[in-house]
Design a binder for this molecule. Structure first.
Ligand SMILES: Cc1cc2nc3c(=O)[nH]c(=O)nc-3n(C[C@H](O)[C@H](O)[C@H](O)COP(=O)(O)OP(=O)(O)OC[C@H]3O[C@@H](n4cnc5c(N)ncnc54)[C@H](O)[C@@H]3O)c2cc1C
Length: 371
């Protein structure tokens, strides 16, 4: 029997893959499944735009994950009968001054050096793609292979598909402790008492290091990294923006806008504030300031929701996956700012580990043993 601790996008997709393979996994979720970081996310699938110098190993893994998405979205929509609003129409980064243009050019050179399919655009080409954004745009960087998904629809669909495939979801049940004896997993101790399991997967997002019973070497060092978000209402008839649009880096944090049905999501902040999920005046101010520079029309749109979530950040900001030195104990955590993108690949890796007993070659450098 397999237990999964945490019912976010990672626990649910891993659970769904296992259930489809004939297992009957049990997901323990202390609240309502899908309401952690996965609910707060912008849902971008952006291995190209996320590529950063020094993170080439992670970029390769993110690209591998992106290749899974068409099939994953198709199968999940069929299994759940829920549309994910999955879009594969690319992400655009825009430059608003000369400094930004230089940044875009150097980012372009770096991305092309990695063989990524990105394109530099002049201001006319950017305006042809996005007619309503500021006339001040000087250039654009377009990554046509990136995309985005409605993460709230995603977790709702995963929850349904998981249960329909035979998985057991125990919501409002916190796992207090993993019980380990003689180097082997014996089960979990939760609010309803002890339950025996041969295998346990830690998929508790930013809280993964707080679960009892995990000792040195198998206690993931995962920290919460707060991200604030805003939703603006649109009339629904006119999308106003057609693609997800990123601003170039600013000293107050990353700026992006993501079109959804009837809404535009604006993000975000990257803050080390412990488990505090407050929405702050400074956070909201910086997001609006960055987005309004790109799209002055947002000033007239109503704010319909504000929220904050906690990204699970590992020591090197890459995920922690697969087996540990404790027999039967597995990790699926530390996905930081790419957990939505990495969900299908994580589910695949964990399913191979748990069922075939083998960590796929391409994922071996992401075990907890690397720290
Ligand atoms: C503002 C923001 C924007 C983001 N944008 C993107 C993006 O554009 N693209 C992208 O790919 N990623 C993005 N991310 C990151 C992504 O959301 C996360 O990496 C991903 O959701 C992590 O999923 P998870 O399942 O590990 O964690 P979570 O969704 O947080 O789920 C963990 C679950 O574990 C439960 N839990 C914790 N402890 C216990 C316990 N002891 N017992 C039982 N249950 C427990 C929690 O209640 C929670 O439901 C963003 C994140 C934020 C905050």
């Amino acid at each position: 029997m397999i237990a999964i601790v945490g019912g976010g996008v990672i626990g649910l997709s891993t659970g769904w893959y296992l259930a489809r393979s004939g297992e009957r996994p049990v997901i323990f979720e202390r609240g309502e499944a899908g309401r952690g970081a996965s609910w707060a996310s912008a849902g971008m699938l952006a291995p190209n735009m996320e590529a950063e110098p020094g993170e080439e190993r992670l970029t390769t893994f993110l690209l591998e994950a992106r290749r899974r998405w068409d099939k994953f979205a198709y199968e999940l929509e069929r299994a759940s009968d829920i549309s994910l609003d999955y879009r594969s129409d690319g992400i655009l980064m825009v430059a608003l001054n000369r400094d930004d243009v230089e940044y875009l050019r150097s980012h372009y050179r770096f991305q092309r050096g990695l063989g990524l399919d990105v394109e530099l655009l002049d201001s006319d080409a950017v305006h042809a793609m996005e007619p309503y954004i500021t006339a001040d745009v000087m250039a654009g960087l377009f990554s046509k292979n990136d995309g985005h998904v409605d993460c709230r629809r995603l977790v709702t669909a995963l929850k349904k598909a998981f249960i329909d495939a035979g998985g057991v979801l125990r919501e409002h049940t916190e796992v207090e402790k993993i019980v380990v004896e003689d180097g082997k997993v014996k089960g979990v101790y939760c609010s309803s008492g002890f339950q025996s399991f041969e295998k346990v997967v830690i998929a508790a997002g930013a809280w993964s290091g707080s679960i009892g019973g995990l000792t040195a070497g198998v206690k993931p060092n995962v920290r919460p990294v707060r991200g604030q978000m805003i939703a603006l209402g649109t009339s629904g008839e006119d999308a106003l923006i057609r693609h997800a649009i990123w601003g170039p880096p600013r000293n107050w944090g990353p700026t992006y806008m993501v079109p959804r049905r009837g809404r535009i999501l604006l993000g975000t902040t990257v803050e080390e504030m412990g488990f505090d999920t407050s929405v702050t005046a400074g956070g909201i101010f910086n997001i609006l300031r960055g987005c309004r520079e790109i799209a002055p029309f947002i000033s007239d749109l109503p704010i319909t929701e504000v929220w904050a979530g906690l990204r699970p950040g590992s020591e090197d900001d890459a995920p922690i996956l697969g087996p540990t030195s404790v027999e039967g104990l597995y990790m699926a955590t530390g996905h930081f700012r790419n957990g939505i993108l990495l969900a299908p690949l994580t589910a695949e890796v964990l399913t191979e580990c748990l069922i075939k007993g083998e960590m796929p070659e391409y994922a071996r450098s992401f075990t907890i043993g690397r720290f």
